[in-house]
Design a protein around this ligand. Structure first.
Ligand code: HEC
Length: 257
């Protein structure tokens, strides 16, 4: 009898364990289901649609292609290679900066990099390249070579109060390990492919966020001085991060935690 009750206790403990495991597994499944559902129905799709309207009113594909010195039909493949040397700028610029240039060409007010309008427009223009592979060419010219070197330096430089670099958390030998429950992502892996998936809807912020803003958020969390949007350093960092994800197909807008 006594033996039996111990057995029952042990049995229910074990069962309890199984149930708990099942419960947490079904939680995971629920999370996954929500993610899949949001992926089908990415809330940022509306922002991208608004971005299309804003872009067409401010610039339009013809004028944008002309400013870049290309044909309209080559926009997708060109867009998949940003940041890039734009002749009219005489330097390497991000896609958002190229939109500022095109707006100026049209005699329009230049949208600020951090403005909602710019975030939406840049997402729309990037989405023109969807399914095209990132084709950034960091050897294309002297300017690109300089920018990728600058980006790598910033990525690997230990800064701030904790002496961390981007590489401290995003280097090949550490990725996959966890920081406060969050997996440390390899920015260039096909799973993460940051440069191909931002602007993305950030579920934790209920808003669409650009890649440079996302990088600023990491700087803030890791107590690194935030590099300003559009600065040479930030553009270099974007070149380096885009180069890591080269060959991955663009999927804009992404969906992130
Ligand atoms: C202390 C560790 C840490 C440091 C330092 C750090 N990051 Fe991160 N980073 C993370 C974590 C953790 C995530 C994923 C968070 C999540 O799951 O949303 C992340 C996410 C990202 C992402 C988004 C990945 C995706 O989903 O596409 C980018 C881009 C990024 N980091 C860039 C940087 C850059 C650039 C730096 C250096 C300026 C940097 N990070 C420094 C921990 C760090």
């Amino acid at each position: 009898m006594r033996k039996l009750s111990i057995c029952t206790a042990l049995f229910s403990l074990a069962l309890c364990g199984i149930l708990n495991a099942e419960e947490s597994m079904s939680m995971n499944a629920a999370d996954k289901a929500m993610y899949a559902e949001m992926l089908e129905n990415n809330p940022a799709a509306m922002d991208v649609a608004e971005g299309e309207e804003l872009f067409n009113a401010l610039i339009g594909q013809e004028a944008y292609a002309k400013m870049l010195g290309i044909k309209v039909k080559d926009l997708p493949v060109t867009v998949a290679g940003f940041p890039r040397l734009v002749k009219a700028a005489g330097k390497v610029v991000t896609l958002s900066q190229s939109l500022q240039m095109a707006a100026a060409d049209q005699g329009k007010a230049i949208p600020k990099l951090e403005s909602k309008e710019m975030v939406k427009m840049s997402a729309y223009v990037k989405s023109l390249a969807n399914d095209k592979k990132i084709n950034i060419d960091v050897k294309a010219n002297k300017q690109m070579q300089e920018m990728v070197a600058l980006g790598q330096k910033i990525f690997e430089e230990r800064r701030g109060g904790r002496g961390l670099s981007c590489n401290s958390c995003h280097s090949a030998d550490i990725v996959g390990s966890r920081l406060r429950m969050q997996a440390l992502p390899d920015l260039g892996s096909s799973e993460t492919a940051s440069a191909a998936t931002w602007p993305a809807y950030r579920m934790t912020q209920s808003a669409m966020v650009t890649l440079d803003k996302r990088m600023q958020q990491c700087m803030k969390n890791a107590l690194l001085a935030e590099l300003p949007l559009g600065s040479k350093e930030m553009v270099g960092l974007e070149v380096y991060v885009a180069h890591k994800a080269k060959g991955n197909p663009m999927q804009i807008p992404g969906l992130k935690r």
